[in-house]
Design a protein around this ligand. Structure first.
Ligand code: ATP
Length: 310
């Protein structure tokens, strides 16, 4: 797989994430916010395939492919360029993204593709970057990118990019309802700042009940403990999400919350059957574009196999 010749491509599978806690501190002088961000990787996946090419090229397939930029602003392209620059080579690679993670949905789909492209190019080019170097490049690409590389569950501090791995003691069953339009993460943070004007916002700290519920694999306890400080801002910009949250809770979800900056909403179910039932009710409710089930935790960006292409 690490052999770098023109007959080899490398495919890397990478999960989406949900934030089971997203505590947001006041805006810093640089405009970013300090976060206490408890990430959980969930089993909705993108795949990125890297193959040799004359120059950097991005293609994308999947239901949301039309929403994905195919130029150098794509995080997968930026990842390839960053790795190439670090090792003094040209980013002569074709990156094909098979997109299943909702775009602009608050599930870190772009970040996932960045992490996957990095792992795929490292294997294709045989650069042999250490885990620490990969994590460093991820952090340069964006706050959520390092977590896409490691997967599982982790506490992110700083802008969310300083990670501490967390123990997860069982499988959690989730339902994700996607919305008909996206929400811009910077716009949601601006709304957070606007809503918090004149309010004394405390420094963000990780919630002990959230960490304990994850460690025990206790869905009922996690449902009580989850929190998302961006939820009021997302609801302010996208009020219809309140109807989706109400529909999922009425369908038997243990809890419902906005995923990250939204507008995807996440529902925790007691078991796989309950998740399937909640997804069916949500699909029929007319309050969302689609509803998908997924289990957590999921592994981070990893090779899905090397394929001969010639
Ligand atoms: P996060 O949860 O990290 O805030 P998100 O899930 O809300 O992110 P993304 O799907 O990552 O949002 O997309 C946000 C924007 O990033 C898109 O509107 C798109 O313009 C841009 N983008 C760049 N690279 C990608 C990519 N590989 N896939 C999807 N969007 C990308």
């Amino acid at each position: 797989m690490t052999e770098s010749d023109e007959h080899v491509s490398v495919t890397v599978r990478v999960p989406a994430k949900v934030n089971v806690q997203l505590a947001v501190g006041p805006a810093r002088l640089d405009g970013f916010h300090d976060l206490a961000n408890v990430f959980l990787a969930v089993g909705l996946y993108d795949e990125v395939t890297a193959a040799p090419a004359e120059k950097l090229r991005i293609t994308c397939e999947g239901p949301d492919a039309g929403l994905v930029p195919l130029d150098r602003t794509n995080l997968a392209a930026r990842a390839a360029e960053a790795l190439a620059e670090r090792y003094g080579r040209t980013p002569d690679v074709h990156l094909h993204i098979t997109k299943d993670i909702p775009v602009a949905g608050g599930m870190a789909g772009g970040s996932a593709d960045g992490a996957a492209a990095l792992v795929a190019c490292d294997a294709l080019w045989g650069t042999g970057a250490s885990r620490d170097v990969l994590l460093e490049i991820c952090a340069e690409l964006g706050s959520d990118v390092p977590f896409s590389l490691v997967g599982g569950a982790a506490l992110g501090t700083g802008r969310g990019e300083r990670l501490t791995a967390l123990e997860v003691g069982g499988t959690f069953h989730w339902v994700f309802a996607t919305a008909a339009r996206g929400l811009s993460t910077p716009a949601v943070f601006r709304e957070f700042d606007r809503l918090g004007e004149g309010v004394d916002i405390p420094a963000p700290v990780a919630s002990r009940p959230v960490l304990d519920a994850l460690a025990k694999g206790d869905a009922a306890a996690l449902a009580v403990a989850v929190s998302n400080d961006l939820q009021p801002a997302a609801l302010s910009l996208f009020p219809e999400l309140a109807d989706t949250l109400a529909a999922g809770r009425a369908a038997g979800a243990l809890t419902g919350l906005v995923s990250g900056s939204g507008p995807t909403t996440a529902f925790l179910a007691a078991d796989a059957n309950a998740a399937a039932e909640i997804a069916a009710v949500l699909r029929a409710s007319g309050t969302c574009a689609s509803a998908r089930v997924a289990e957590a935790p999921a592994a981070g960006a990893g090779a899905a196999g090397a394929t001969a292409v010639a």
